[in-house]
Design a protein around this ligand. Structure first.
Ligand SMILES: [Fe+2]
Length: 384
């Protein structure tokens, strides 16, 4: 009994005295021409900030750099371990350097009487600051990489991409089913985010397109917190240079009443709501004036499962009139290419679960290369 008490006491005191640490990240998401969101976690609640400087050849410490905080209605957030800080009012196509800081909140008992502890940060002594480039607002050339259906195989993903130079890409699209289920924070980091941070995501942004498996699990509704968007929606329209990018969310693949969803699915209504948004987006000048139009949608609009049929019903008629150049999908775990036809009037590239897609757009010329294990080219397509 005495031994147990001593053990518990030493465990409690070591936990209490454990230093604040950055536990995951940082990674970038929701990149635009004028901003980006930096995300990381700490082992203890903290007041966090990002210090940022243009990449102008001067020392990061040549002057005090501006600090960016996560705020809610004018108040800095200091009670959280998940930190999501929007860097805004940036210039397009510009390189910026950044460092992250988290000041531990030791106690917060009453009012604003916060007692702070130590500060954890990205390595400010022996490593260069992280570097990113905002999206351009005029360039017609864009390159990006797409992965999907990794289903938690982080080691496989790293091996698949071992020879990839991510710096050349405007973004990396996670096009769905990066995990089997969304059960906890630790699980999503282990399944695919930590590996992405190791490879590229502190400097090259993630474009997150939800897959049907990511709608499953007790932590699923929190996933958007880890890939925040400015309007909180899982479907988005981005402009990278003159290229329009649509990120669509196809929901689940079976009828909402399916036994597998255990009464939780409501995707017919969600897809209908999303279609209303899509109808408006494709009418905007920003979209209509694009030099190329790309769509990411995890479930392809082919096949006869309920999800596929719903996508054909809600999304395809709008997209058929919108001048889409190519759609990237996954879900089937097998590569296939569907040329445009009467029903789906744009080509669809379905990437498998053992390959990535590299896409290079120059004006309206689109080169798509599907690359498998050991860098072997599976297919190269020239669209337009
Ligand atoms: Fe899927």
């Amino acid at each position: 009994m005495k031994k147990t008490l001593i053990f518990l006491f030493s465990l409690i005191s070591s936990l209490a005295s454990a230093q604040i640490k950055i536990t995951h990240g940082p990674y970038l998401c929701d990149m635009t021409t004028d901003g980006v969101t930096v995300v990381w976690t700490t082992n203890k609640p903290a007041l966090s900030w990002v210090e940022m400087a243009p990449d102008d050849g001067k020392s990061f410490y040549s002057t005090e750099q501006p600090k960016y905080f996560e705020t809610v209605a004018g108040r800095k957030q200091a009670h959280k371990t998940l930190h999501r800080i929007r860097l805004s009012n940036l210039n397009p196509a510009t390189n910026y350097r950044y460092r992250i800081f988290s000041r531990e909140v030791l106690n917060w008992n009453a009012g604003n009487n916060v007692q702070y502890g130590q500060t954890a940060s990205s390595n400010v002594y022996s490593k260069k600051p992280f570097l990113f480039k905002t999206y351009p607002d005029s360039n017609e050339r864009v390159s990006f990489l797409v992965m999907n259906d990794i289903h938690g195989r982080a080691a496989f993903m790293k091996d698949l991409c071992k020879d990839v130079d991510f710096k050349q890409f405007a973004f990396v699209c996670m096009n769905g089913d990066m995990a089997n289920f969304i059960e906890s924070e630790e699980q999503i980091f282990k399944d695919f985010i930590d590996a992405s941070v190791d490879m590229y995501a502190s400097e090259t942004p993630i474009l997150f397109a939800r897959g049907n498996h990511e709608t499953r699990g007790v932590f699923s509704d929190s996933l958007i917190d880890y890939f925040p968007t400015q309007d909180g929606k899982t479907y988005q329209h981005y402009k990278v240079g003159t290229v329009s990018i649509l990120v669509l969310d196809g929901g689940e693949d079976k009828p909402d009443s399916d036994i597998e969803y255990n009464g939780l699915a409501h995707y017919d209504a969600y897809r209908a709501e999303e279609a209303k948004w899509l109808e408006k987006v494709v009418q905007t000048d920003d979209f209509k004036n694009a030099s190329a139009r790309i769509v990411f949608l995890h479930i392809p609009p082919y096949g006869d499962w309920h999800g596929n049929v719903q996508l054909k019903k809600h999304f395809v008629p709008i997209l058929n009139k919108a001048g889409i150049d190519v759609m990237f999908s996954g879900h089937t775990h097998r590569y296939s290419f569907h040329p445009k036809n009467e029903e789906v009037q744009f080509p669809v590239v379905v990437n498998g679960n053992k390959s990535y897609v590299r896409c290079d757009i120059d004006n309206n010329k689109i080169r798509v290369e599907v690359v498998g294990e050991d860098g072997k080219s599976v297919q190269t397509l020239h669209i337009n």
